[in-house]
Design a protein around this ligand. Sequence first.
Ligand SMILES: [Fe+2]
Ligand SMILES: [Fe+2]
Length: 294
Amino acid sequence: MSELSNNSSVNAPLGSLDEWEDDLLQRYPDPTTIAGEKKVDEYRNYEEPTRDTVREFYRLNHQFQCYDFVQEKRNNFLRFDKAKMSIWEAFDFLNQLVDDSDPDTDLDQFQHLLQTAEAIRNDGHPDWMVMVGLMHDMGKVLCLFGEPQWAVVGDTFPVGCAFSDKIVYPEFFSANPDFNDSRYNSKYGVYTHGCGLRNVHMSWGHDEYVYQMMKDHLPEPALYMLRYHSFYSQHREGAYEHLMDDHDREMFNWVKLFNPYDLYSKNPVAPDWNAIKPYYEALIKKYLPESISF
Ligand SMILES: [Fe+2]
Ligand SMILES: [Fe+2]
């Protein structure tokens, strides 16, 4: 792991976290009607140099996200002993991840959460799903705790079994220590057929972190949306059916329902915060305690 120094290009190959999400729009450029006025082509304003940073990002992600790395991060961050904040303080904290280079929007992290939530609300979904929209990227605060980008964002995937070739840039897994480890490199690895995703360790990032943060506060479909929203090789490609059970399959209908709101709800026009603030204050009061542990 000598390459894991404090070298910033190793920790932060992306110009901003949103370059990963822009790349997702390249790969999955099919917004549904929820995007409103914006046309598909307008999401694809994407320059080649960004591609190189995304490629480098995945090279590092696939090299270092091995089974042991995930256990180490779980043992550290799932103690939730880093900070205690009210949800409003947490939004302010998250907004320190300001993004100057996203071609789609100059809106901050909170705006993305709010726009995702508003798109869900406007379609008349249950209020706990609006909460998912509002909270789903809160785990990106991991970056503010000094974690490298490739341990915070990016497509997630199971560790402890063979890496699917349906995961973006699968060729980079050959540098992962698990790639040649016979405990982890067979189809099932440490798992069994249909064992259920609750028994599967995913690569570490903002999804698992926010799921663990919210797991006592939201209903199960919401928790699936949070936990697997970046698991594109399953919810878009169906590459890990063999690890899922019937319950996962049922719950993944919710994950798939959520995904377009995350990808395609960005809009340069910010919602009128003063008008919607009372709704969100009441919503947060309904579901979350006064303060959240990070
Ligand atoms: Fe996310
Ligand atoms: Fe998001």
